[in-house]
Design a protein around this ligand. Structure first.
Ligand SMILES: Nc1ncnc2c1ncn2[C@@H]1O[C@H](COP(=O)(O)OP(=O)(O)OP(=O)(O)O)[C@@H](O)[C@H]1O
Length: 636
């Protein structure tokens, strides 16, 4: 799969700063060193951009005579570090005995004026560093170890960078870049300054104060961007008393003006609730929780299955106050309850569910966004002293819930999302109303084996029936899209794939009901759609999860898409539904991104239709995350 952002290295930006191919060429050619360290030989190869080099190439790159290079190479060969290859009629070439060493060397190229950094074969250390102050735009290349990574530093990345001060951030930047980039450093310092110009804190008399770094900021910036009534009265030249109801509005307005506000208010912890974690956190989960506790708000961003729910339970235990958890569906509410009981000591009697089926408010209450957004259920928010509000699948927060969240600024706020905040389209709301993203590098999670990296294959399915093909050709618009989605040849393809992976737990996703029924009939599996009663859905998901039950395939319409925890799914076939968003694409793949079992995702697209492009676009999103994507043409 190819990328679509282009390769900046091929661009015409003459401001590129690149690592010197060969470090020491300060001396004119002389007899040179006969003792060439292996590193220098690697550098020569890199400069040649070839895996092998002749003695004269090495001499040129090292600035020595050919004779000296030949001697040095002979030494390296003797030591076993380098091998030589005699090719008839060609000069002898040399290559490192340890090819792996060559493949793992990273190269960093910076484009300071674009604030972009490209890294070839980055080490985990470099990636971890970069992920603190830059965001990964794209990865190119499909084989691990040969990937190029494109990072960009945006203002919000600097604002949210987890450093004590700008110097620490700059030190980290310098550790990654091959050379100083003064202009970029200056820009970063400026952004850092902006993010530390305004602060909210709680006055000892209990009210909220907005503090500006100087008098003119409070006068010019705050007053020109804030609405009447948001500030009650000045209390000094640099401080003003903030109307309690206007906290969210003030944060949002200043964020929009380019001045994110530091929020140091005392937050409510709520009435205490006895809950301890019983599962050991992984290192990265511990970091998430610590970062959250420092800022008392934030959004855990990690791939499906990376342990966000467990980290959230740890957070609930750490805050120790009554908690309201908001989720997108009833199924997820039930699942949350089970996870809470599985990973903590919470008393089952302290956990309540609040949704269309039951309305039970307890010290830890799990409610759906739908109910929480309804006016007549407003009381949910103030019926108890909540200390923490947790927003699961935070990209799903609805407008009415957001407006209520604005009123909940005095509580700890935690969001969970598998979709990077920047792609949700509600970045400002999430940032200002919930908190800043607290993230992990996806690749690092895959590499550490915490999340199984799925293998994705797009299969282009032909039309096998003349009738269907003709119907498609004469249709238009939505109808055309539906016909491509329902290509009858896909039914046989699903059957073939399931037979090819007999014994694996399989999920088949569909968009249209008729199509779902046809596939369910063909493979003899139940079909879960919006029409399936909640009780039956829950029962089928439970049976699918049970090891000893014989239910090993489910056909699922859109309802099955979000966050349903089916850890044992080993195979996913996306039979239709390609018109959806990228998010949907990654969520479907995510259903199989689980720690256990091999993970395979097949995406079916009817050949010669717009489905081809949809499939490619959706999967490109995953490819950017470093997931391998293959393409196959199914025979006519
Ligand atoms: N620290 C841990 N130790 C052992 N198992 C863990 C740990 N953290 C998570 N898990 C297990 O990994 C699986 C996925 O975890 P979890 O449900 O928290 O992920 P998630 O990121 O919330 O997923 P989703 O985005 O799909 O909701 C679960 O089966 C969970 O029990």
């Amino acid at each position: 799969m190819t990328d679509d952002t282009g390769d900046p290295a091929a661009g015409d930006d003459d401001s590129a700063v690149e690592a010197e191919p060969v470090s020491d060429d300060s001396t004119a050619p002389d007899d040179g060193p006969t003792d060439v360290p292996l590193d220098r030989f690697h550098e020569a190869l890199e400069a040649e951009e070839r895996p092998v080099a002749t003695a004269s190439e090495v001499a040129r790159r090292l600035g020595t005579t050919q004779a000296a290079a030949r001697d040095a190479l002979a030494d390296l060969v003797e030591r076993g570090d380098v091998d030589r290859l005699d090719v008839e009629s060609d000069p002898v070439v040399f290559y490192p005995s340890d090819w792996g060493a060559l493949a793992s060397r990273e190269r960093v190229v910076a484009f300071p004026s674009r604030r972009e950094i490209v890294v070839d074969r980055p080490t985990q250390f470099t990636r971890a560093r970069l992920s603190q102050f830059a965001y990964l735009v794209d990865t190119t290349g499909t084989e691990p170890g040969t990937r190029g990574y494109l990072y960009r530093i945006r203002q919000e990345d600097v604002w949210a960078a987890p450093f004590e001060d700008a110097d620490a951030l700059i030190a980290s930047l310098r550790a990654v870049l091959p050379r100083r980039a003064d202009h970029l450093e200056e820009w970063i310092r400026d952004q850092w300054r902006r993010a530390h110009r305004f602060r909210l804190y709680t006055h000892e008399d209990g009210y909220v104060v907005l503090e500006a770094a100087n008098e003119s900021l409070l006068g010019n910036v705050a007053e020109s961007h804030l609405e009447d009534g948001q500030l009650r009265a000045p209390i000094s030249e640099t401080e003003a008393w903030v109307n309690e109801d206007a906290v969210a509005g003030v944060k949002r307005a200043l964020y929009d003006a380019g001045y994110p506000v530091e929020d140091d208010r005392d937050l409510e912890t709520g009435d205490p609730v006895a809950i301890d974690l019983t599962t050991d956190l992984r290192d990265y989960q511990e970091t998430w929780v610590e970062t959250f506790l420092e800022s008392r708000s934030g959004v855990y961003v990690g791939p499906p299955g990376s342990g966000k729910t467990v980290a959230a339970i740890a957070t609930i235990a750490a805050v120790g106050g009554e908690t309201l958890i908001l989720v997108p569906s009833r199924e997820l509410a039930e699942q949350w309850r089970e996870e809470l009981l599985a990973h903590s000591t919470v008393d089952p009697a302290d956990v309540g569910l609040y949704h269309g089926g039951t309305k039970d408010v307890r010290p830890v209450t799990i409610a759906t966004y739908q109910i929480a957004g309804m006016d007549r259920h407003r009381s949910l928010f103030d019926s108890r002293e909540w200390g923490l509000i947790c927003f699961d699948e935070a990209h799903h927060v609805t407008a009415p819930v957001y407006s209520r969240t604005a009123e909940l600024q005095s509580k700890h706020r935690l969001g969970l999302s598998a979709t990077p905040v920047r792609e949700t389209g509600s970045e400002e709301e999430i940032y200002t109303l919930i908190g800043q993203p607290i993230g992990a590098d996806w690749d690092a999670l895959f590499e550490a084996g915490f999340v199984q990296e799925p293998e994705v294959e797009i299969r282009y399915v032909p039309w096998r029936e003349e009738l269907a093909r003709n119907e498609y050709a004469s249709a238009d618009g939505r109808e055309r899209r539906r016909l491509a989605a329902e290509n009858p040849a896909k039914v046989a393809e699903v059957r073939y794939l399931l037979a090819a992976h007999r014994g694996k737990q399989a999920l088949v996703f569909v968009e249209y009901l008729d199509h779902g029924e046809a596939i369910a009939d063909a493979i003899g599996a139940p079909f879960i759609s919006g029409e399936t009663p909640h009780r039956d859905r829950a029962e089928l998901f439970r049976r699918f999860r049970e090891d000893d039950d014989d239910l090993d395939a489910l056909v699922v319409s859109r309802v099955g898409d979000e966050g349903i925890d089916l850890p044992n799914a080993e195979l996913a076939v996306v039979a239709s539904g390609l018109g959806g968003s990228r998010r949907q694409g990654s969520q479907r793949a995510g259903r199989t991104m689980r720690p256990a079992g091999s993970a395979l995702v097949y995406v079916l697209a009817t050949r010669g239709t717009s489905e081809e492009e949809f499939a490619q676009r959706q999967m490109r999103h995953l490819a950017r995350k470093g997931v391998r994507v293959r393409e196959t043409n199914v025979a006519e």
